[in-house]
Design a protein around this ligand. Structure first.
Ligand SMILES: Cc1cc2nc3c(=O)[nH]c(=O)nc-3n(C[C@H](O)[C@H](O)[C@H](O)COP(=O)(O)OP(=O)(O)OC[C@H]3O[C@@H](n4cnc5c(N)ncnc54)[C@H](O)[C@@H]3O)c2cc1C
Length: 220
């Protein structure tokens, strides 16, 4: 019988100790954080134990996260060979402007996923790449030609299971010391986030085509 997926923060490694009130244990929050992001950072050590953190595009596929990279990438090959990793996704939601530098901070949603990647192969590989496209460029797939064999051969697709995870969410106003509240300076929060700007046609576009509706619809 399949075991239920673990709640975020429920293992010794993932239990949030520092500011545990920001820890979230619901898996649907984990999913929502992952679904709201486009870029994650994947940690991996090279064969001399030196750490690297790779920014990567990703997509959630149920209870796993998909990433892809070149078969020529040394670090992707290390991940494919079973190097342990930690993927983080950070959504910066705002600046917290307190009356002191010490209490000033950020509002955020962040997730960590620990584990070992599995290589996605065969028919599942093209399907995984399609899912990545659907997450990164929603609506685009219908306009794209099929993957070429050589493109598939040049691409490593990896799946990181959402087995051992943690989520931390900070959504606060400044919490200044009582004696700082009498300081006559403004305090508050400044929301911020990723945004889309107007699409820019490629200079080599050979047809007079409008920006597709699905591109116009991209918003964050
Ligand atoms: C945008 C942003 C900016 C930040 N800036 C700072 C900063 O400038 N200085 C600073 O000290 N901290 C900062 N943090 C918080 C930082 O990520 C750590 O949570 C914090 O430093 C505590 O680290 P720790 O190793 O003591 O955590 P612990 O609580 O000991 O970590 C235990 C476990 O909790 C989980 N965990 C810890 N942090 C996070 C997280 N952020 N997201 C998801 N799971 C987590 C992991 O599974 C980890 O193994 C920032 C976080 C974000 C998202």
């Amino acid at each position: 019988m399949a075991t239920a997926p673990l709640a975020p923060g429920s293992t010794d490694r993932t239990r949030v100790r520092r500011l545990p009130e920001k820890a979230v244990s619901e898996r649907d929050v984990l999913h929502r954080v992952l679904d709201a992001g486009l870029v994650g950072h994947v940690a991996v050590s090279d064969d001399q134990g030196r750490p690297y953190v790779l920014p990567v595009a990703y997509a959630r596929d149920g209870d796993r996260v998909l990433i892809h990279g070149s078969t020529g990438s040394r670090l992707f090959r290390a991940l494919a060979a079973g190097a342990p990793t930690c993927l983080t996704v950070t959504l910066l939601d705002g600046l917290v402007v307190a009356r002191s530098a010490f209490e000033s901070s950020m509002n955020y949603r962040s997730a960590m996923v620990f584990g070992i990647c599995e290589v996605v192969e065969g028919d599942a590989k093209a399907a995984a790449l399609d899912l990545l496209t659907d997450h990164l460029l929603p609506g685009r797939r219908a306009d794209l030609r099929p993957h070429k064999k050589k493109e598939l051969a040049a691409t490593l697709v990896l799946a990181l299971p959402l087995d051992e995870t943690s989520v931390k969410v900070s959504a606060n106003h400044p919490t200044d010391d009582e004696d700082d509240l009498d300081t006559p300076v403004w305090a508050g929060t400044v929301p911020l986030g990723e945004t889309y700007y107007d699409a820019v046609p490629a200079p080599d576009l050979r047809f007079d085509l409008p920006v597709p509706e699905y591109v116009r619809a991209w918003r964050r």
